[in-house]
Design a protein around this ligand. Structure first.
Ligand code: GDP
Ligand code: MG
Length: 217
C-alpha cells in the first residue's frame, strides 16, 4: 500500500531582544503578518508567534518567535524564557548609537541565562512553552533535545545582531562596518533590516533559523 510521507517538524525557539523602540515588534509583525504599524506601542511583557520554513521536501522547521518587551519593568518576566531559547535576535536601531551600545548588555545577559550555573533545572516549575495552550509544542523528533537528555551539555545559542531602520539612512549613527566587525569577532550573525520597507526581515529569520537547526537543535 502507498504510505503518505511523514512530515518531520522540528521546533526551535527564537527570542527577539533589544532596547525599547528599536523596532522588534514591527520586525515580528512583518515576519508573521506582513504588516507594519507606524504607531507601534511598547510591548507589555511577551508576544508569541510561529513562523515555519521548509528546508527539504519533508522537513519543516517551526520557529516559535518570542517578542519581548525591552522595558526594564518586564525584565524579570521575559528573562524566564531566555534559558529555553535556541537562538536570539538582538536588535538595535541604526539611528540610535545608544541602542547599539545596549546590544552588548543584551548579549551578556542572554548568555548568562544559558551558562550551566545560572540555568535552573526545576522540574516542578511549568515550562512556559509547553504550558501555553495557544502554542502547543509537539515532541521533538531529535534525540538531543533538552527534554529527554538533561545530562547533555546545552549547545550555545546562535545569536544574530540586527541593525534595524536601515531605511533612515540620513539619520544613521551606527556604521555598518562597526556592527559587522563586532558581530564577526564574537561569532554572531549580522544583518541590517528595515521593518517599514520589509527589507531583509524574512532573510534574517531564515538564516538564523537554519543555522539554529544545523548547529543547535
Ligand atoms: P520595539 O519597542 O523594539 O518593539 O519597537 P517597535 O516595533 O514598537 O517600533 C518602535 C517605533 O519605530 C515605531 O514607531 C515603529 O513604527 C518604528 N519602526 C520600527 N521599525 C522601523 C523601521 O524599520 N523603519 C522605520 N523608519 N521605523 C521603524
Ligand atoms: Mg515591542
Amino acid at each position: 500500500s502507498l504510505e503518505k510521507p511523514t512530515v518531520q517538524e522540528t521546533m526551535v525557539k527564537i527570542m527577539v531582544l533589544g532596547t525599547s523602540g528599536v523596532g522588534k515588534s514591527q520586525i515580528f509583525n512583518q515576519l508573521t503578518k506582513s504588516k507594519f504599524n507606524p504607531y507601534s506601542q511598547p510591548t507589555a511583557g511577551i508576544d508569541f508567534s510561529s513562523y515555519s520554513i521548509k528546508i527539504e521536501a519533508e522537513k519543516i522547521i517551526k520557529a516559535q518567535i518570542i517578542d519581548t518587551s525591552g522595558l526594564e519593568a518586564f525584565r524579570s518576566v521575559t528573562q524566564q524564557y531566555w534559558g529555553l531559547a535556541h537562538g536570539a535576535i538582538v536588535v538595535y536601531d541604526i539611528t540610535n548609537a545608544d541602542s547599539f551600545t545596549d546590544v552588548k548588555r543584551w548579549v551578556r545577559d542572554f548568555r548568562a541565562k544559558h551558562s550551566p550555573n545560572s540555568v535552573k533545572s526545576n522540574p516542578s516549575s511549568p515550562n512556559p512553552f509547553t504550558s501555553r495552550s495557544t502554542t502547543p509544542t509537539p515532541p521533538s523528533p531529535l534525540p538531543n533535545s533538552s527534554s529527554n537528555s538533561p545530562a547533555k551539555k546545552k549547545p550555545d545559542p546562535i545569536i544574530m545582531i540586527i541593525g534595524n531602520k536601515c531605511d533612515l539612512l540620513e539619520e544613521r549613527e551606527v556604521r555598518t562596518e562597526d556592527a559587522q566587525a563586532y558581530a564577526l569577532v564574537n561569532d554572531f550573525l549580522f544583518m541590517e533590516t528595515s521593518a517599514s520597507e520589509n527589507l531583509n526581515v524574512v532573510m534574517a529569520f531564515n538564516i538564523l533559523i537554519s543555522q539554529v537547526y544545523y548547529n543547535v537543535v
